[in-house]
Structure formats: structure tokens, C-alpha cells
Design a protein around this ligand. Structure first.
Ligand code: CO8
Length: 259
């Protein structure tokens, strides 16, 4: 068991909530914060009490980027040699349960990239997304030129990465970066309700959906469709399929047992 200094974590009604908590640095991501994040995600992925995860920050900032003060003294050899952040950030993508990013305020640089590593983003009307690394004489390093391009297209991704300008919530929704925008005061309620809805489903089907949607990024459409079809077929080996379809026919709510 690891005591977290930079995260506040809580499990309620099968939803695990992780709040980034470095208020004096607008939740800038440093090595310790990311180690703690990787640790809790690793534990929750095999914890039956967690069926969906919400990752959030403060009202002012989801995260204002990687910690510039921690990075400023580093050399190429330090970065390349340690593969700075690689293990910790890959730990986010390894999680098989769904992770919702609930973004309020700044999601910049590594903060925007962390939000994009989640399965989808719900943001408040105060959210500001950006890849301002260019202003520091560097560039995005954990997805800002890759995931952002896939999410919003080349034109916007290129402009954001080249100019460092911020995108507001309305533009982010229009561009497909976020699934929905909600008033700031409703953000956590909405994210928790959304996670709660997912937590009621068959966990097997939920993990299969996550795998299949993510596969669409990694392969051709023909292979992706084949993967989807085979996973769909395989769900007919589960009791939850029989239960879900029986419940519909009998006009009652299904009781999924993840089996
Ligand atoms: N790192 C460290 N400290 C930060 C960061 C950061 N990214 N962002 C804010 N802080 C600190 C400030 O230094 C300040 O601390 P202090 O009070 O001690 O001076 C405190 O947080 C509050 O910030 P501000 O006073 O600046 O608050 P404002 O409301 O005036 O401004 C901004 C808010 C616009 C968000 C501003 O803080 C800002 O521009 N922050 C930096 C944004 C940025 O450039 N982010 C990109 C960082 S680089 C990156 O993310 C690379 C990721 C790739 C990693 C790859 C690894 C392999």
C-alpha cells in the first residue's frame, strides 16, 4: 500500500475517483504524481469494487502540464536514458476498465495529453485545452502530436502545437476533443452519473467495447471490423448476454454478474 501525497482517491458505488492534488502548481505532473497515479490505476484495475474510474483535477486546473521546474535542468541523456514518464503514462493506457477525464480549467501540455489518454473527456464550460510546449522551446512528448491529431484532425492539431494557442470548451466539443460540455458546477455530478451508468453494465462487455474502440486506432478498418465481429461473437459465450436479452424480452432490468 502506498500513501498518496499528490492524489486524493475515493471509491463510491463502484466508481473510483482520482483527484490530482498539487494545488500550488496547478496539478503540474511530476515523477511522483505520475508514479502515484500509475499505482492506484494498477490496483483498481483488478479491484472488484471499481467498475469505472473518473480522473479529475481542481476547478482551476485539470493539470497545467508536465512540471516545468522539474524538467528545466534535464539533459537529453536524462530524458532518453530514463525514458522520462514512459512507464507511468503507459500504465494509464494499460487499464482495461473505462477512465473518464472530468476536466475543468487548464488542461495544457502533459495535462491535455493525460486527458486524451483517458477513454473520453467530459469538460466544464471553463475548460481550456492546449499544447503550449512550443513556447518553452520544445514540443509535446506524450501524445499531443498523435492523439490530438486523431481526435481533432490535422489542421487544428497542427495549429495548436505550432502556436500554443488554447482551445475553449465550445471549440473542443465542436472539434470532437470532448464528448460533452457541462456547466462547471455540474461537472463532477455529471461525470459520476456517467461513470455510474457504465458501472451498471456487464464488465465483460464494457472491457470488450474499450478494447474494440481502441483497436480502431491501431489497425486497418477491415481488420478492425473483423476484430469487432469476433469479440461480438465471443460475448455470446457469456451469461450476461443471455441475461441482458432475456431481461429485454421479459420487460425487466437486467442483473449482470460479469460472467
Ligand atoms: N510546471 C510547474 N509549475 C507550474 C506549471 C507547470 N507546468 N504550471 C503552473 N505552475 C505553477 C506556477 O509556476 C505558479 O507557481 P508559483 O506560485 O510558485 O509561481 C503556480 O503554478 C500558479 O501558476 P500561475 O501563477 O502561472 O497561474 P496563472 O493563472 O497566472 O496562469 C497558466 C495559468 C496559464 C496555466 C500558467 O501557469 C502556465 O502557462 N503554465 C504552464 C503551461 C505549460 O507550458 N504547460 C506545458 C508544460 S510542458 C509539458 O507539459 C510537456 C509534456 C510532455 C512530457 C513528456 C515526457 C516524456
Amino acid at each position: 500500500f502506498m500513501a498518496y501525497e499528490m492524489l486524493i482517491t475515493e471509491i463510491s458505488d463502484y466508481v473510483g475517483v482520482i483527484r490530482l492534488n498539487r494545488p500550488d502548481a496547478l496539478n503540474a505532473l511530476n515523477a511522483q504524481l505520475l508514479r502515484e497515479l500509475a499505482d492506484v490505476l494498477g490496483q483498481w484495475d483488478t479491484d472488484d469494487d471499481v467498475r469505472a474510474i473518473v480522473l479529475t483535477g481542481s476547478e482551476k486546473a485539470f493539470a497545467a502540464g508536465a512540471d516545468i521546474k522539474e524538467m528545466s535542468e534535464k539533459s537529453f541523456v536524462d530524458m532518453f536514458g530514463s525514458d522520462y514518464f514512459t512507464n507511468e503514462t503507459e500504465a494509464v493506457s494499460r487499464v482495461r476498465k473505462p477512465i473518464i477525464a472530468a476536466v475543468s480549467g487548464f488542461a495544457l501540455g502533459g495535462g491535455c495529453e493525460l486527458a486524451m489518454m483517458c477513454d473520453f473527456i467530459i469538460c466544464s464550460d471553463t475548460a481550456k485545452f492546449g499544447q503550449p510546449e512550443i513556447n518553452l522551446g520544445v514540443m509535446a512528448g506524450i501524445g499531443g502530436t498523435q492523439r490530438l491529431t486523431r481526435l481533432v484532425g490535422k489542421s487544428k492539431a497542427m495549429e495548436m502545437n505550432l502556436t500554443g494557442r488554447f482551445m475553449d470548451a465550445e471549440e473542443a466539443e465542436r472539434a470532437g476533443l470532448v464528448s460533452r460540455v457541462v456547466p462547471a458546477k455540474d461537472l463532477m455530478d455529471d461525470a459520476m452519473k456517467t461513470a455510474g451508468k457504465i458501472a451498471e453494465k456487464s464488465q465483460i462487455a464494457v472491457m470488450a467495447v474499450k478494447e474494440a474502440v481502441n483497436r480502431s486506432y491501431e489497425t486497418t478498418q477491415r481488420e478492425g471490423l473483423l476484430f469487432e465481429r469476433r469479440v461480438f461473437h465471443s460475448l455470446f459465450a457469456t451469461e450476461d448476454q443471455a441475461e441482458g436479452m432475456a431481461a429485454f424480452t421479459e420487460k425487466r432490468s437486467p442483473k449482470f454478474r460479469d460472467s
